[in-house]
Design a protein around this ligand. Structure first.
Ligand SMILES: C[S@@+](CC[C@H](N)C(=O)[O-])C[C@H]1O[C@@H](n2cnc3c(N)ncnc32)[C@H](O)[C@@H]1O
Length: 240
């Protein structure tokens, strides 16, 4: 059996992630729809329900990619600010209203400035997840919500077997066919191992001023939904 090289860490991971998403950007949404059997929209709707954002409010689509969540927010008459590391992803979405190319751990936004943050399938791609949470909870207004979706590996052995057959064996080949980038679609299922266990995520969120934290499995444990609220009396520091 071919031994896979270790996953990249630190600056090498950040460079690889940026290059990879720049490269697969033109076919990213098409591959997502096929690999998820079109269910990714449904999961995004569940996440947006949890965000409880009102029309007219301003939501940060954090690591927005091609703007799938941004588009759904616009359809709900919610204002959006959308940030991502990859120029390719930002330019291959629809016309994203307020795009910002930046590292999510260094947001050019004021403290307590947004009414909510949504993040789809991106947390595991961060080199510094705690730094990402710090920034998210710095820019959130006190009492505002953070909701994130990400991919995980189911705990149940039978479900895990079928999940891995699809996500680690068949889906990468489909992704390769669609995007012509073999390495990217081999990396994506392996990248689930970057995401810490739920308890660790909860602890990290608590340290940045989150409360009412819930981490729930979706789709038989192949996805997680993370929800939290910024404490009303939060004392986060940073750019004002
Ligand atoms: C799997 S895509 C998800 C895109 C989008 N959120 C969605 O729901 O489809 C992961 C995204 O995270 C972005 N990303 C990774 N590391 C980042 C960082 N440090 N700062 C900002 N964006 C980052 C990538 O460029 C990529 O667009």
């Amino acid at each position: 059996m071919k031994v896979k090289p270790p996953l990249p860490q630190g600056d090498e991971k950040k460079r690889l992630v940026q290059e990879m998403f720049d490269d697969i950007a033109p076919t990213y949404e098409k591959a997502n729809r096929i690999i998820s059997f079109g269910l990714d929209k449904r999961h995004r709707r569940i996440a947006l329900n949890e965000l409880r954002a009102s029309p007219g409010s301003t939501i940060l689509d954090f690591a927005c990619g091609t703007g799938d969540f941004t588009r759904m927010l616009t359809a709900l008459n919610i204002n959006s600010i959308s940030c991502d590391l990859s120029f390719g992803m930002l330019n291959n979405g629809y016309d994203i209203p307020n795009p910002i190319q930046c590292d999510g751990t260094k947001l050019p936004l004021k403290k307590d400035s947004v009414d909510g943050v949504v993040c789809g399938y991106s947390l595991r791609n961060f080199v510094d997840l705690h730094g990402a949470f710090e920034e998210i909870f710095r820019v959130l207004k006190p009492g505002a919500r953070f909701v994130a979706l990400d991919i995980t590996v189911p705990k149940n052995r039978i479900i895990k077997f079928f999940n891995q057959l699809w996500f680690a064996r068949i889906a990468p080949k489909l992704g390769w066919l669609i995007s012509k980038n073999k390495d990217a679609y081999e990396y994506l299922p392996r990248s689930t191992s970057y995401l810490p266990e739920g308890e660790v995520i909860s602890k990290q969120l608590e340290t940045v001023g989150a409360e009412n934290i819930s981490i729930s499995p979706l789709v038989l444990g192949s996805l997680i939904l993370i929800c939290a609220t910024k404490e009303k009396t939060s004392t986060t520091t940073g750019m004002t």
